[in-house]
Design a protein around this ligand. Sequence first.
Ligand code: AHR
Length: 329
Amino acid sequence: MLKKWSAAVLAGALAVGALAGCGGGDDAGSGDSGGGGGKITMGFSQVGAESGWRTANTKSIQESAATAGIDLKFSDAQGKQENQIKAIRSFIAQRVDVIAFSPVVESGWDTVLKEAKDANIPVILTDRSVDSQDKTLYKSFIGSDFVLEGKKAGEWLVKEYEGKPEPVNIVELQGSPGAAPANDRKAGFAEVIKADPKFKVIASQTGQFTRTDGKEVMEAFLKAHQDIDVLYAHNDDMGLGAIEAIEAAGKKPGTDIKIITVDAVKDGMTALAAGKINYIVECSPLLGPQLMDLAKKVKAGETVEQRVVTEETTFTQEQAKAALPDRKY
Ligand code: AHR
């Protein structure tokens, strides 16, 4: 049995080693043994590089690890769950002290999380959670409340159209299928707008959290529907791609079509301040410092909170103008 398990872990390590060869800066398969010399070794599996948010999140994690004196083994999953599973198995094989990852999708983690638990390697979830029923499979989850973010987007819309009786036609650009922020932002928004039947989601499709897909899907929405009042995009990048499509169709983003997005990265805030987006719900990517603190506590055997919720705000166009000069990402 033990032999079988070790073989699976080794195979995972080799596979990630191969992956590391084609993705810059990926050292999940370096083969170093973790935990030596008193320095904490963390294996971190990132979703990919799909958005401005993700780039800022990666920077925060890498910089915070360096500041905290934590040896970070960083692996980019390029948006694929199978790559994350290989990376986690590689981290187990390398005997890192802590594994952290931001799950590409919510489901399908129990087996690999159990392998980490059996190997006595604590796991911390960052940014996104998993739908595992067994909460002992990970020590903590640090990240946003995505349902709340969707609700905030819906609440702004309800207020904006208060007292206006005519139907409001909404198109929705969803995040990548199966990802917690896509599922939850959709659910939170739907929960709020369902109170008034004048709000109609006339089209809803994934834009994969990327600018390119956001633009392409918005082009298709515009061709299929002449009467779009509102775009709700699950992140800034898709919203920014959609703005290009709207302008190319001869319409004015922010005026002809009102736009709500989530994240509040610099490019999104710039478009908001310029009047091309109407409202942004913040999702903070700066999770690095808290993650490193948690890792130190977990390694020291301290009890940590099972859930750490990131503090966030919202931005109107005026608030974006005021916040932009100091925006760090
Ligand atoms: O999980 C966080 C989400 O993932 C961000 O809102 C989005 O931009 C990113 O790709």
